[in-house]
Design a protein around this ligand. Structure first.
Ligand code: PEP
Ligand code: MN
Length: 303
């Protein structure tokens, strides 16, 4: 266990100091602070680097449903330019009666699709006792919104050698979000990607409110890469393209998108899942916005 912080820093308080130039700083003693690594952290997902000029696009279904489904989606999102494949094998569902995921079999389907396509795998781990199991299949460990303050889980992922994708709690402040990342880093795992995925808002019409303020705020305050999830952030497939482009425009290092060849047939989150065909169109628009903001995106083929 590695804890670099001195005793005074363990108060849990992130001091927000505002220098005269009006920029935002986090207490330099925190491992997540920009001062800790001014140049910025590049998270390496088995060769896919997050935090450089090139944006990283992660795509795939909400849930792993079958080997065939994963393989087909992997091929389709790869052809469009994704470099990381998403898919939940362990699903945090609001209702205990809803599909809970395929578990270990789902992890195997993800790994098989990765072997076939070369895409890296990001998948959620919900239980500290399953970190080792999931790390045996995943290239990046996702900590879901509902588990952002599951401290035993954060500590266990902090002791893993796999990078972490930490999603913002659906009612978490920036301070709570950063302190959750601090837990992972304090255990020695400095490969942490922050993911803004929407918070509870006032809208009854939409599932969540995608807080894009978080992107420039966090980029200024920490050295960690920041990505955006426009699928959970809106809950509505028709809003996903616009919010993906907005995320890139405001400085995100990438996005994670739910995509399926037949969104209506998705076992979970059908309403917010875009088709793989629409995903391919979105990638081209992302390339245009990326260029406008001095970023790049990998587009494997001209269609
Ligand atoms: C997911 O990405 O599969 C997921 C459940 O997201 P969140 O934790 O942001 O709700
Ligand atoms: Mn989902």
């Amino acid at each position: 266990m590695k804890i670099d912080l001195d005793q005074s820093s363990r108060t849990g308080e992130i001091v927000s100091a505002r220098p005269v130039d009006g920029s935002i700083r986090q207490a330099p003693r925190h491992l997540t602070s920009r001062e800790y690594r001014p140049a910025g952290t590049v998270v390496n997902i088995d060769g896919v680097k997050v935090g450089l000029t090139e944006l990283v696009v992660m795509a795939g279904p909400c849930s792993v449903e079958s080997a065939e489904q994963m393989l087909r989606i992997a091929h389709e999102v790869k052809a469009a330019g994704a470099t990381v494949l998403r898919g939940g094998a362990f699903k945090p569902r609001t209702s205990p009666y809803d599909f809970q995921g395929l578990g270990k079999a789902g992890l195997e389907h993800l790994r098989a699709a990765s072997r076939e396509t070369g895409l890296k795998v990001v998948t959620e781990v919900m239980d500290p006792r399953e970190v080792e199991l999931v790390a045996g299949y995943a290239d990046c460990l996702q900590i879901g919104s509902r588990n952002m303050q599951n401290y035993p889980l954060l500590n266990e992922v902090g002791m893993s050698s796999k990078p972490a994708l930490l999603k913002r709690g659906l009612a978490a402040s920036y301070k709570e979000f950063l302190l959750a990342a601090e837990y992972i880093m304090a255990q020695g795992n400095e490969q942490v990607i922050l993911c803004e995925r929407g918070i509870r808002g006032l809208s009854n019409e939409l599932r969540f409110t995608l807080d894009l303020n978080a992107v420039p705020y966090l980029k200024e305050r920490t050295h960690l890469p920041v990505i955006v999830d426009p699928s959970h952030g809106t809950g509505s497939a028709h809003l996903v393209p616009a919010m993906s482009l907005a995320a890139i425009a405001c400085g995100a290092d990438g996005i994670i998108v739910e995509a399926h060849y037949s969104p209506a047939d998705s076992i979970s989150d059908a309403a917010q899942t875009i088709s793989t065909a629409d995903f391919a169109d979105l990638m081209k628009d992302i390339a245009a916005v990326a260029e406008a903001v001095g970023r790049k995106v990998h587009l494997p083929m001209v269609r």
